[in-house]
Design a protein around this ligand. Structure first.
Ligand code: SF4
Length: 351
């Protein structure tokens, strides 16, 4: 038992060595990290780490326990560990619970919300369904169980385009309701237009004054990206440098990117382009810090001060408290869970 715990400490130490600030933090917080890793082993806990967690928290998870929200929920479903501690925000831990009703799912701060998920209710989805009765509802994973329960399909930023097209084809319609991210809805619409597809995406803000946005990704502007390119010498379509942008950014920001996609797709892009030497990521800043230990040969431009305050509610001290006392458990109403599972399963079945 102790051997595994010690090897994890050595792994964290080695991963952070190339980043002096992070490594110093690690030395300062080493005793808390040791206690968490000890409890992880003793209580047989799966600790899942989202890409946006600060590096010390991200490193509590092994490589096969890290990723984006859907990948993490799927890891949870495959695991036989009785307790899951989700280092991310509440809708993510809730999705893990929907997929794993028999397991104890903990999150160290139940108030860790999301500006996309928090403002939308089941009633909002029902109102759209009444207004556009023939259009299937595709809901982004950044939503709570009540909203998922009213939806036909779930999607993630990795598969949104594919799911939207599938939903339209299955329903034999050319209109799809997309919830709740307005920028992503517009971005999907633009992509469909480019492909010459006639599907219309109905998203919050298109025909009403409701608007769904990620308070992190909405901060990036096209002008900033152009400045970063100039300052750091990252020309468009270069072989050894790139600007990668998340789907949740504004459409004009996507236009400035060399590549846009989900967090996992951005990491894959770097893996698949080994000539890259310099990368700027238009997404939560901790993602670059975490990728820096995975790709030490790449320089990640750190002129970034855009953090998710919801993600930052998760701290090492709170994690330790939650694990020690097995508190802050995610509870989901069983009948809602069943209804919310159906759109997730439909999404997973799409090849
Ligand atoms: S980064 Fe944006 S989408 Fe992700 S949890 Fe924070 S507010 Fe929500």
């Amino acid at each position: 038992m102790v051997r595994v715990h010690e090897s994890s400490i050595k792994r964290i130490d080695a991963s952070l060595k190339s980043q002096p600030d992070q490594h110093l933090d690690f030395l300062v917080k080493k005793s808390v990290i040791e206690k968490i890793l000890y409890l992880k082993e003793k209580k047989n806990v799966l600790i899942l780490g989202h890409n946006y967690m600060e590096p010390l928290i991200f490193q509590l998870s092994e490589k096969n326990e890290r990723g984006d929200s859907l990948a993490l929920s799927q890891m949870a479903a495959r695991s036989n560990k009785p307790i899951i501690l989700f280092n991310g925000v509440r809708f993510m831990a809730e999705t893990a619970k929907i997929l794993n009703p028999g397991k104890k799912v903990l999150i160290s701060d139940l108030e860790a919300g999301c500006s996309l998920a928090d403002p939308f209710t089941a009633e909002d989805v029902v109102a759209y369904k009444l207004k556009f009765p023939d259009a299937p509802v595709v809901t982004y994973i950044n939503s709570y169980v009540e909203v998922k329960a009213e939806s036909d399909y779930c999607c993630t930023s990795s598969n949104c385009l594919k799911v939207v097209k599938y939903a339209a084809k299955e329903a034999k319609t050319n209109r799809v309701i997309f919830f709740p991210d307005s920028f992503m809805g517009k971005n999907i619409q633009n992509e469909l237009k480019q492909e010459g597809t006639s599907i219309e995406i109905i998203y919050p803000g298109k025909y009403d004054d409701k608007f769904g946005k990620c308070e992190v990704h909405e901060k990036f502007t096209a002008e900033q990206i152009r400045e970063i390119r100039e300052q750091h010498k990252i020309p468009k379509s270069s072989e050894d440098s790139a600007v990668l942008v998340h789907w949740e950014c504004k459409p004009e920001v996507l236009k400035e990117a060399d590549f846009f996609g989900s967090t996992s797709q951005m990491a894959n892009y770097i893996k698949e382009n080994p000539r890259l030497k310099k990368v700027y990521l238009a997404t939560e800043c901790e993602m670059a810090a975490n990728l820096a230990s995975e790709f030490p040969q790449v320089e990640f431009i750190r002129s970034c001060s855009i953090f998710c305050e919801h993600m930052r509610r998760i701290t090492l001290e709170k994690i330790l408290y939650s694990l020690e006392n097995e508190v802050y458990e995610i509870e989901v109403n069983p009948s809602l869970r069943k209804r919310a599972l159906a759109p997730i399963k439909r999404m997973l079945a799409i090849k």
